[in-house]
Design a protein around this ligand. Structure first.
Ligand SMILES: [Fe+2]
Length: 162
């Protein structure tokens, strides 16, 4: 047994949170913009795909994914404005890549891989966000993505010939 203090000394808060592993404002703005562009791409892919579903559940899933992606676009834009940054108006390159896949089940599988990329980004970013409101919103976005990924994977398994 040592008699050293159980916890490290406390440090005064930094100006923008860029200390002790927390992401600073510039890094957060860049990450939120990247996620916003990805979610906008996902929303557009899901909207375009909902109309031409090979099975009723396909259109329903795409419609729900579209609604979720739009919700996260609004959330990310809100936080960017709160950070006094102009939200990106671009759509991620993912949109063009996904729309180049004509086969609906293959496109859904590709969309799911894009959603998994978002999950990995959020898993890395969220623990480094000190702001409580942003942290909670990113965590909700992460959970929602995990649920949609599982739903799509189950549908692909059941009806997508995988
Ligand atoms: Fe997404």
């Amino acid at each position: 047994m040592t008699h050293e203090p159980a916890s490290p000394p406390c440090y005064a808060a930094g100006v923008d949170g860029a200390y002790m592993g927390h992401a600073g404002r510039a890094e957060i703005v860049a990450a939120l913009d990247e996620l916003l562009e990805a979610e906008r791409a996902g929303a557009r892919v899901a909207l375009a795909s909902a109309k031409q579903g090979p099975a009723p559940d396909y259109g329903t899933l795409m419609g729900d994914v579209r609604a979720d992606e739009a919700r996260w676009c609004a959330m990310l834009s809100r936080h960017l404005r709160r950070l006094e940054a102009a939200p990106s108006r671009r759509t991620g390159a993912f949109y063009g890549k996904a729309m180049a896949i004509a086969e609906p089940w293959e496109r859904l599988a590709f969309l799911n891989r894009g959603q998994a990329w978002v999950v990995r980004k959020l898993e890395t970013l969220t623990p480094r966000v000190r702001d409580e409101r942003l942290h909670a919103d990113l965590k909700a976005m992460l959970e929602s993505h995990r649920e949609n990924i599982a739903r799509a994977a189950a549908l692909l398994e059941r009806e997508g010939g995988r």
